[in-house]
Design a protein around this ligand. Structure first.
Ligand code: GRG
Length: 274
C-alpha cells in the first residue's frame, strides 16, 4: 500500500492542524507569514510528524497527545530546508520542484522565515501538558535540532565537503544531521504518550536505526553521500540491515507498532526500483 494511503488520516490531521495554526499567524507583517506558509506547504512527505504520531500510538497515546510535538518538529525540519537552500549553504534554486523560499521571497526574508519557523516551534511546544512533559520534550528537541544534533552534523558535513569521507565519518554526520531529528520524532511521540522507561529505550533505538536508514536510502536515491564510498549493493544492504534493526526494536509493541513497521518498510520501498 502507498504511504499517502496508509497514513491518510494522520496526514490529513497534520495538514489541517498546521494550516489552521499558521493561518492564525496572518498578522502583520504579512510578507514573513507568506514566506513561512510557502515553505511549510510545498509538498513535503511529513515523514517526521507522521512518525511522532505513530510512536505515540504505539505507546498507547492518542493523536491529540502528540500533535504539538509533531507540528513543531515539522516546522524545524522546514526551517532547516529553507536555510539549507540559501546561497551560503547548498545554494539550491529549487525545493520539491518549486522555487526555493529565497528565490520566491528574497534571501533576507528566507533567513527570517527560517528563524521564525524555528522559534515558533518552541512556542508551540511550550503548550504541551503537563508542564514537566513539555520541559522534557523541549529539551530533547532543542538538543536534536542544535549543535549536539542537526546543526552539529551540518557543520561537520560542511567542514569535510572537500575531502573523501570514511564510512565512520559518513555515519557520524548522518546520525547528527539527519538522524537526530528522526530519533527525536520517535522519542517525542513516546514521551507525549507517557511511555515507560523500557518503551522509551526501544523507541529511541527504533528512531536511531530509522534515522540512519533514512539518510542511506536518500543517498541511494540521489546517488550522493554513502554512494560515494559504498557500491549500490553495499548501500542497499546497509539500509536493509538498519531497517531490520528498527523493526526488531518495536517488536515488543505488538500490533500497535504496525504503522512503525510500515514506515520502516516504506524507506526500503523508496529504493526498490533504483
Ligand atoms: C542554521 C544557517 C543554518 C542552516 C541550517 C541544519 C541545516 C541548515 C541543514 C540540515 C538539514 C538537512 C538538509 C538535512 C538533510 C536531511 C534530509 C535528507 C532532508 C530531506 O527530508 P525529507 O525527504 O524532505 O523528509 P521532505 O521534502 O519530504 O519534507
Amino acid at each position: 500500500m502507498k504511504y499517502e494511503i496508509f497514513f491518510k488520516k494522520q496526514l490529513a490531521l497534520i495538514e489541517r492542524e498546521l494550516r489552521s495554526s499558521l493561518r492564525a499567524r496572518q498578522t502583520r507583517p504579512l510578507s514573513i507569514h507568506r514566506a513561512m506558509r510557502y515553505a511549510a506547504f510545498t509538498g513535503g512527505k511529513r515523514f517526521r510528524p507522521v512518525l511522532v504520531l505513530m510512536a505515540c500510538e504505539a505507546c498507547g497515546g492518542k493523536p491529540q497527545d502528540a500533535i504539538l510535538g509533531a507540528l513543531a518538529i515539522e516546522l524545524i525540519h522546514t526551517y532547516s530546508l529553507v536555510h539549507d537552500d540559501l546561497p551560503a549553504l547548498d545554494n539550491d534554486a529549487m525545493r520539491r520542484g518549486k522555487p526555493a523560499c529565497h528565490k520566491k521571497f528574497g534571501e533576507a526574508n528566507a533567513i527570517l522565515a527560517g528563524d521564525a519557523l524555528l522559534t515558533l516551534a518552541f512556542e508551540w511546544l511550550s503548550g504541551i501538558q503537563p508542564a514537566a512533559r513539555a520541559v522534557r520534550i523541549l529539551r530533547e528537541i532543542a538538543t536534536a535540532a542544535g549543535v549536539r544534533g542537526m546543526i552539529g552534523g551540518q557543520v561537520a558535513d560542511l567542514e569535510s565537503s572537500d575531502k573523501k569521507k570514511t564510512l565512520a565519518e559518513h555515519n557520524f554526520i548522518s546520525r547528527f544531521k539527519t538522524g537526530a531529528l528522526i530519533r527525536v520524532s520517535a522519542l517525542t511521540g513516546a514521551l507525549a504518550a507517557g511511555a515507560t522507561a523500557r518503551e522509551l529505550k526501544n523507541m529511541i533505538r527504533y528512531g536511531e536505526c530509522l534515522g540512519l536508514a533514512f539518510q542511506v536510502t536518500d543517498d541511494i536515491l540521489d546517488q550522493d553521500g554513502y554512494c560515494r564510498i559504498l557500491n549500490k549493493t553495499q548501500a542497499v544492504r546497509k539500509a536493509a540491515r538498519l531497517i531490520t534493526k528498527a523493526k526488531k526494536a518495536v517488536e515488543g509493541f505488538g500490533a500497535k507498532a504496525r504503522p512503525l513497521v510500515f514506515l520502516a518498510d516504506f524507506l526500503m520501498q523508496r529504493i526498490a526500483h533504483e
